[in-house]
Design a protein around this ligand. Structure first.
Ligand code: SF4
Ligand code: SF4
Length: 366
């Protein structure tokens, strides 16, 4: 299988409404992707408030033969569904996707806490039943925690076939994310890895100036994103690297180096390591948006964090960041409208202290 997958979590939208996906634009993007022989698509029950799965049906399922694509979707345990709740979610995903089987079905974003719930609620057994019934072809889980927890899960659930991990060159040695250790743990258990967040929520596509210069000096025509995706795809036990594409030019850029993929050479590894030393994100938010649906104040958390990062990474962009912030909060909640309920904290796979960070954003951006 070609090593590039189409992530359907950052699709182009109309009027800034995450549920109003620009289907005509997505059709162009998926057609180009598939014309080049790529087949792997990754969505989830919760992406785009449920409309990612619907967009996939409209743009791919209704327009391409079933054997020309593979689709992954995910069962969320965020709201602690019981067995009946899991069945409801699965059936809803099948209807939204318009398929009669799912190629890869994952438990979504497991960590220490949700793993415990998955065991107690019978979620793993539910996956096994779906597989035995032919409703899903493969089962596994996406994961956000440390290598020790991953080792425990793979030891206790040895029939899980794949794991989806956050891997990128910045998090490779990160003490919290532990990309390298998690990758090595999955490899030790013989589980192929699907990579998510190879560009760290898009941020490695526009790294700070010094890092960008290092990459551009070596390869002026290569995008910064290409370095990040090639880093993940160069790992031998990686089956697919997901790229959450939002624009046609991003598809074109990805195809330009993945069609005839060449792993990183020794010199490129050195350059990437040096670039990583020059990248520090003020707020390491990956813009996954898991925090936004449950926020009682409807605060646009990742957008506010992006504006804050713009300011912190380039002092000359203070004015631009404040304008961006004013635009984000216009007619809605501001950063300091946060009531500290911590719903978002529990949902955040990056374990960010969101209320505290919002207070800092409010102080600097208002
Ligand atoms: S803590 Fe603040 S930002 Fe988080 S969900 Fe509650 S109100 Fe929203
Ligand atoms: S704050 Fe956390 S949950 Fe929200 S978008 Fe960023 S990484 Fe995702």
């Amino acid at each position: 299988m070609k090593k590039l997958g189409f992530g359907l979590m950052r699709l182009p939208c109309i009027g800034g409404d995450g549920k109003n996906i620009d289907l005509e634009k997505v059709k162009e993007m998926v057609d180009l992707f598939m014309e080049h022989g790529y087949t792997y698509f990754d969505t989830a029950y919760v992406y785009h408030g449920g409309f990612s799965e619907v967009a996939f049906r409209e743009c791919v399922v209704k327009r391409h033969p079933r054997d020309s694509f593979t689709v992954t979707t995910k069962l969320p345990l965020f709201s602690n569904p019981d067995r009946a709740g899991m069945e409801k979610i699965f059936n809803e995903s099948m209807t939204r996707l318009g398929v009669d089987y799912i190629d890869y079905y994952w438990l979504h974003a497991l960590n220490r806490g949700s793993y415990q719930y998955a065991v107690e609620s019978g979620a793993f057994d539910y996956l096994r039943e779906l597989k035995a019934a032919g409703k899903i072809k493969h089962m596994g889980f996406s994961f956000h925690d440390n290598a020790e927890t991953l080792d425990k899960i793979l030891t206790e659930q040895p029939d899980m076939e794949f794991v989806q991990l956050q891997i990128n060159y910045l998090d490779w040695e990160d003490k919290g994310v532990q990309s390298r250790l998690c990758y090595e743990t999955a490899t030790k258990h013989g589980k192929p890895v699907i990579v998510m967040e190879p560009i760290k929520g898009g941020s490695l596509a526009n790294p700070p100036k010094k890092a960008e210069k290092l990459l551009k000096d070596h390869a002026p025509d290569a995008s910064c994103a290409s370095w990040a995706i090639r880093f993940a795809a160069s790992l031998p036990n990686v089956m697919v690297v997901l790229s959450g594409m939002s624009e046609l030019w991003q598809v074109e850029d990805n195809l330009s180096y993945m069609d005839d993929f060449k792993p990183l050479c020794e010199e490129e590894y050195k350059i990437i390591a040096e670039a990583a030393e020059n990248i520090r994100f003020a707020i390491p938010c990956t813009a996954c948006r898991y925090c936004t649906d449950g926020c009682p104040m409807s605060i646009k958390i990742p957008d506010i964090f992006a504006a804050y990062n713009t300011m912190k990474h380039d002092i000359h962009k203070k004015h631009e960041a404040r304008e961006k912030y004013a635009e984000i909060v216009k007619g809605g909640s501001k950063a300091d409208d946060c009531i500290g309920c911590e719903q978002c904290v529990n949902a955040c796979p990056q374990h960010l202290d969101i209320p505290k960070l919002l207070a800092e954003c409010a102080a600097d951006l208002s």
